[in-house]
Ligand binder design. Structure first.
Ligand SMILES: [Zn+2]
Length: 438
């Protein structure tokens, strides 16, 4: 279905195609627009994340040394997070439930905007065990998700998807809060959840870098982030089904997440690639009184906090339905030598709902003997021009490259053109093929 355009055009001569569609894009409409990249994920300030941890530590100290379900320290933790989000412009909802005879609380924060039918959610449990303040478990995830939400507000981010953040109660009693949320979500609302990202223990003092092995797109997003840092990751196995992603996964919602290790022991091989101490637990203070402010590895917390933001920015920018649809034109279009008019290769896009994504991909394959001659534009159905290539690359042959274009202001359906102009004499070539992916 997605290749229908090229199939049809293959029967037409390249010359006729070029002539027909070049005239369909009047130069008068072609006010040049720079290729706008998808918004760059921010570097989450470690100091801000640690300031949240300090607040949670103080809350525990003031309320008997913990932030467990049913204790004053838990409710104070919820109030702290809610206060920050309310001030930042989130729509917050406090959901109450009862467990072990005590009132529990989930906090849900919606960022206004985005596609209400495609919701990206990130969450973490905010309760500790009764033994301690729960700074790594799970102040770390809670603080990173909170600071990412605040970064969304600071950036005024308006992603394609609707963003939602959650802080769960009574996780330590058996995922009580997150189960309650998922079980009470109407089927129609569950269907709108495009993904749930879970962060439970991401600042372990002897850290590993574990990525949940669940939804492939989410998993790859985190792996891409870590590949960019040059930090190897492993598949998370220790916490499988032991945290708040489990109820979402059981409801058929794509899930993923990060984890820096609990009471499993770091092997020699892991210590070699990640540093730290082999033969020792990733978190020796797991569920203990020593899970305090000193029970945090700053590097792990910093990297993982940035990874939370990277995933929200990257996955939030994606298209709603259906992602990854490609349309291609493989008919050759001759590029006449300068001075000559530009030529265009058209692709008709049909069946895509709404606007093109902020991460529209354009694969260009031009055979040419001197690519420094070429000006290459993507022309949207309404005539908006996105310059892809402007005579760079010198005397190198051919232009075979993928471009990411923020085409989020363009309706996806319609005729898109790859327009090529040769701006210097002597060398010639042709558009071999091109492809647009939403
Ligand atoms: Zn936990």
């Amino acid at each position: 279905m997605s290749l229908s355009v090229s199939r049809r055009l293959a029967a037409v001569t390249a010359f006729a195609v070029a002539g027909l569609f070049a005239s369909a894009v009047p130069a008068a409409l072609a006010a040049p627009t720079a290729v706008a990249a998808a918004p760059t994920p921010p570097d989450i300030p470690l100091a801000n994340v640690k300031a949240h941890l300090s607040q949670l530590s103080t809350i525990a100290a003031n309320d008997g040394g913990n932030r467990a379900h049913g204790r004053a320290g838990y409710k104070a933790s919820i109030d702290y997070v809610k206060g920050k989000l309310d001030a930042a412009g989130f729509t917050t909802t406090l959901q109450t439930f009862t467990s072990s005879g005590a009132t529990g609380y989930n906090l849900i924060a919606d960022w206004p905007g985005g596609d209400p039918n495609s919701v990206l959610m990130a969450g973490s449990h905010l309760d500790s065990v009764t033994a301690g303040a729960g700074i790594n478990d799970n102040g770390s995830g809670s603080a990173a998700v909170l600071e990412t939400a605040l970064a969304v507000s600071r950036a005024g981010l308006q992603p394609t998807k609707h963003l939602r953040f959650g802080w769960w109660g009574a996780e330590e009693l058996g995922l009580i809060g997150s189960k309650y949320y998922v079980n009470n979500l109407p089927a129609a609302e569950k269907a709108k959840l495009s993904g749930y990202l879970n962060f439970d223990m991401i600042g372990s003092p002897n850290p590993g870098y574990f990525v949940y092995d669940d939804d492939p797109t989410i998993e790859q997003t985190f792996k891409n982030y870590y590949a960019g840092l040059g930090v190897p990751t492993e598949i998370e196995t220790e916490g499988d089904g032991r945290s708040d992603h489990a109820p979402f996964k059981n409801a058929g919602i794509p899930v993923g997440g990060l984890f820096s290790g609990a009471d499993y022991t770091k092997t020699a091989a892991q210590a070699q690639k990640w540093g730290g101490t082999s033969g020792q637990a990733f978190d020796r203070c797991y569920h203990s009184s020593c899970d305090s402010l000193t029970n945090i590895n700053d590097t792990a917390l910093d990297r993982n906090s940035d990874a939370v933001a990277y995933a929200i920015w990257t996955l939030g920018a994606g298209t709603a339905v259906p992602p990854g649809r490609s349309f291609e034109n493989t008919a050759d279009v001759n590029i006449p030598d300068s001075p000559a008019a530009a030529v265009s290769s058209p692709i008709t896009v049909t069946g895509v709902t709404g606007n093109a994504p902020a991460t529209t991909k354009v694969d260009v394959n031009i055979v040419h003997t001197y690519r420094g001659d070429l000006v290459v534009d993507l022309v949207a159905p309404d005539g908006t021009v996105y310059n892809l290539h402007n005579r760079s690359g010198g005397s190198a042959d051919n232009l075979v490259q993928t471009y990411t274009v923020n085409a989020s202001s363009e309706v996806a359906n319609g005729v898109w053109n790859l327009r090529v102009k040769d701006s210097a004499a002597q060398d010639v070539g042709y558009i071999n093929s091109w492809k647009i992916t939403f």
